[in-house]
Design a protein around this ligand. Sequence first.
Ligand code: UDP
Ligand code: MG
Length: 324
Amino acid sequence: MNLSIVIPLLNEEESLQELHDWIVSVMRSNSFSYEILFVDDGSTDDSWQIICRLSRENSNVKGIRFLRNFGKSQALHAGFKAAEGEVIITMDADLQDNPEEIPELYRLITEEGYDLVSGWKKKRYDSFLSKNMPSKLFNWAARKTSGVKLHDFNCGLKAFDQKVVKNIEVSGEMHRYIPVLAKNAGFSNIGEKVVLHQARKYGKTKFGMERFINGFLDLITIWFVSKFGKRPMHLFGALGVLMFIIGFGFAGYLGIDKLFINPTGRLITDRPQFFLSLTAMIIGTQLFLAGFLGEILIRSRKNEARYTVSEETGHAQKEEQYSS
Ligand code: UDP
Ligand code: MG
């Protein structure tokens, strides 16, 4: 199968039929073998009924329905898990992303050898203040912290080589940072393509202004996890030891001063160095403990893959559906 088109959606009943017809016409005219995977993220309108009907009429349409709304990241996760195509496309269900871009995205992955190609809504049809400007700032920060040089992290239209989606875990609300997750997993060949963007035709956006606050927090998490997630002791342990040494230094100074230099001076507990010493040693111990607990946590999660396999040979090969 050439293509899996993964579409996360929440209450998009007005758009689904139109989106489906449009994708199908693009698939037909390029004679792609394909599947359309609608992931219904807990819609409360008729979206699921429409998906069921589409899937009865067109055997290439598959649907996954969540019991409740779990968020776009989880929807993508489920879609990635089920996808069987050699190239996986993600797109929004609201007709803002244009299916005509798919053939070129497919070509970039299969012929030019990109692991991931992200859409870039160079010309956006969203309101300037609530979206375009914060989004510029957001993308700039994401570029700086992650080192992934994309203009538009949050574009719903993206194309992936199958091995990328089978090797990354889109957890929490990390759908905005899939390229960063891919890069952390070792897929460095990340490209960008300018895509057409339309204004939302039906319904309204599912993410409000809080997206930017959450987005920045997620960015800090991802930066932090990618840097120290596998070695918390290197950060917390080092800081802890440093703090402790500072505290210990002050305590030593106070002790020597009291015993040998100025025994009749102020009480130790009246001096600021005493409090500095106390606080620094307590914080130092806490930081050290945090690092230590982190290390223990990592070691207890043995079965979770912390690496990305690039190739396999022999017996393992049969089990890996994505290596060809
Ligand atoms: N979406 C989803 N789960 C959610 C929120 C949104 O699956 O909890 C889907 C939504 O239906 C759409 C896509 O994610 O297909 C992008 O959402 P939206 O268009 O609201 O975001 P925007 O274009 O404003 O960034
Ligand atoms: Mg949208």
